[in-house]
Design a protein around this ligand. Sequence first.
Ligand code: GUN
Length: 282
Amino acid sequence: MTQIIDGKSISAQIKDELKTKVAAMKAGGKQVTLAVIQVGNDPASSVYVGNKKKACEYIGIKSLAYELPEETSEKELLSLIDELNKKADVNGILVQLPLPEHIDEDKVISAISPKKDVDGFHPQSVGALCIGQPGFVSCTPAGIIQLLKRSGIEIAGKECVIIGRSNIVGKPMAILMLRENATVTVTHSRTKDLKEVAKRADILIVAIGKPKMITKEYVKEGAVVIDVGIHRDENNKLCGDVDYEDVAAVCSWVTPVPGGVGPMTIAMLMNNCVESAELEAK
Ligand code: GUN
């Protein structure tokens, strides 16, 4: 029987835990604060930013919204980041991506203080993750670890295959699974015999950005399947990188879309903000 990994309920549980923590911090005189910067008004970004603000509100985190016009210069953005880096009452800084083309994303990410890098995108955060030092971890991969652990799925010693090698998901995911003592394979567009490689997985994590590409031919009987993708199908219905109905027939656990990985990303962002405030208080 296939079991559903319920990201909606697991993320709600994490958010409730954080809400309690934030209330206790507030009682001790500490207000957790996140600065959210959006440049331009890409509709998808506006939805994500709106969801982040809503989560902050629910948990009791103060969110400072900076909605900058599309034509904001790189210099102006960098100077805002510099100002927020120096503000003692700001615990986290999030710059929503993608940025307009005239702004260098790498430069912007590197300008955020690693102490406030709640997205975990700064080179120092990524480096720390690689060598097992403390630092913020990218929210989607961190959320996937929570999904597995809180569903009681063992990771140590398992064969984990990751499809996709992005800086935000695939690469940090590989490091995190390694940290949990899985045997990790990272595949990508140039991988030969992807189906055969994917079929080795006890835990298959898919982040390729292609709607319903992963069918049961890629999945070993009894595998755990984690779907990071989010798309609209031909009927305008939300779907993932995994063909859910097809794969559900062979796997032991699967994340739905929506309600799987998606809500975990925001929960882990909130977790990073709270952690940042806690570290600063020490
Ligand atoms: N754009 C898409 N995903 C993300 C994310 O996790 N963080 C930021 N800052 N921008 C994004």
